[in-house]
Design a protein around this ligand. Structure first.
Ligand SMILES: [Zn+2]
Length: 82
């Protein structure tokens, strides 16, 4: 099983800096690419992309064309595509 992102105390991108590549950053949101094969905190499977936002409302104009999982911490929303 791949190492899953540990979000039990919030998601800290700096803990995973070596394996998550920042694609875009916009305000309180980031798109990251999973270069290290980390596992999804929701289902345990490897994910491709991670969207994380500390905004309390987020809209997607282009929904992911793939299965995806959602996870939340006290401060953040996470969307993981597979
Ligand atoms: Zn998942």
């Amino acid at each position: 099983m791949p190492e899953c992102l540990d979000i039990s105390e919030g998601f800290d991108v700096h803990e995973y800096r070596a394996g998550l590549k920042l694609r875009t950053q916009d305000g309180n949101s980031m798109h990251l690419e999973n270069r290290e094969g980390y596992g999804c905190p929701a289902c345990g499977r490897r994910f491709d992309r991670l969207f994380v936002s500390s905004d309390d409302r987020v809209s997607f104009n282009d929904p992911p064309n793939a299965p995806f999982c959602l996870a939340r911490t006290a401060e953040q929303l996470l969307l993981l595509t597979h």
